[in-house]
Design a binder for this molecule. Structure first.
Ligand code: PLP
Length: 364
């Protein structure tokens, strides 16, 4: 049997008609930027996230960067980010001129450890970016408490967690604002690059919209030195076609994850720990194994695709040499990068395929 790490095919087959009608609708109207598709999707996605405002942007990195810029975070400031995340989280901080300060994750959940945040706060700290990694919500209650006590902004990185909940409340609705990515492989993916910001702060939403539209509040009137980062009409129309299916597709992922959690029984494999307060959406199903490269090869021989999220931690990337963070300085992130393996989980994965992966792992 051959099981890819991920496949779009089942979703593509199912949504083909909706996607081509979305294309035809936009093509017939001949409006490609700043039109009604964007407006409609923004309204629908804000509602989905249980927030008041949504601003469509070009991608997830821009969403985070524009939020930080709009909050006035910049040169001389520090922003707390988890040491185990996709590099975009740190790059957003760097792009506004601030410095990312890494806080280690809880090895069991892979998410930022709230107990380790306070010791990294200085008088330069302006914000915390909790990342709901692999679709697992962060412990938002302690994080929000720390932020209130130290008067810090909270910018949620929701790029991997569309629809996840913490204590019944949708992620993205806790902080000052949240950034989403609709990169094709995300739980809600466009057919190209796309992203969004959600927030309950109207002033912040207006500023982010202007910043992503050449700093313009109305046509040919520029109040900021802005960027060009907008959600185009085609991507908005495609996202609108997919959004009604997101909860169902997330719950299919949850069924696969529940089987993995219940049926994978191998002392060499560490399963992810789900804190009781959350409803995850399983962007990634992440296991840890000391003999990771060996397990990777073993699964490949079974025809099972895997991936690593992420093989080199951010502080050891060449581009971040200037932070002067040596090896062993962030041992939890380094441990995850050396032992973590992501196994197949995607909408349309069949029961016998899930069983096949479980069998292979149990026989290892
Ligand atoms: C995908 C991702 C991003 C960036 O999103 P893009 O749309 O690719 O720019 C940011 N943060 C995390 C955690 C991501 O996984």
């Amino acid at each position: 049997m051959k099981i890819p790490f991920a496949s779009f095919l089942p979703m593509e087959k199912e949504l083909a008609y909706d996607i081509s009608s979305a294309f035809e609708r936009v093509y017939t109207r001949s409006c490609y930027i700043n039109g009604m598709e964007d407006k409609n999707f923004e309204a629908a996605f804000a509602k989905y996230c249980e927030t008041n405002y949504c601003v469509g942007v070009g991608n997830g990195l821009d969403a985070l960067m524009l939020i930080l810029k709009a909050l006035g975070v910049g040169k001389g400031d520090e922003v707390i980010v988890p040491s185990n995340t996709y590099i975009a989280t740190a790059l957003a901080v760097t792009y506004v001129g601030a410095v990312p300060i890494f806080v280690e994750p809880d090895i069991r959940t892979f998410n930022i450890n709230p107990l380790l945040i306070e010791e990294k706060i200085t008088n330069k700290t302006k914000a915390i970016i909790p990342v709901h990694l692999y679709g697992q919500p962060c412990e938002m209650e302690p994080i929000m408490k720390i932020a209130r006590e130290h008067r810090l902004y909270v910018v949620e990185d929701c790029a991997q967690a569309h629809g996840a909940r913490y204590k019944g409340k949708k992620i993205g609705s806790f902080g000052n604002a949240a950034g989403f990515s609709f990169y094709p492989g995300k739980n809600l993916g466009a057919l190209g690059d796309a992203g969004a910001v959600v927030t309950n702060d109207k002033e912040l939403a207006d500023k982010i919209r202007a910043l992503g539209n050449y700093g313009s509040d109305y046509k040919y009137h520029h109040i900021y030195k802005g960027n060009n980062s907008r959600l185009d009409e085609l991507q908005a129309a495609f996202l609108m076609a997919k959004l009604p299916h997101l909860d169902r597709m997330n719950s299919e992922r949850r069924k696969i994850a529940d089987r993995y959690l219940n049926e994978i029984k191998n002392s060499q494999i560490l399963l992810p720990y789900v804190i009781p307060e959350v409803e995850p959406v399983w962007h990634v199903f992440s296991i840890c194994c000391k003999k990771r490269e060996d397990l990777e090869k073993y699964l490949a021989n079974y025809g099972i695709g895997t991936n690593k999220h992420y093989p080199i931690p951010i502080h050891l990337q060449k581009c971040y040499q200037d932070l002067n963070l040596a090896k062993n300085e962030l041992p939890v992130a380094e441990n995850i990068s050396a032992t973590q393996l992501s196994i197949p989980i995607y909408y349309g994965m069949k029961e016998n395929e899930v069983s096949y992966v479980i069998d292979a792992l149990n026989k290892y």
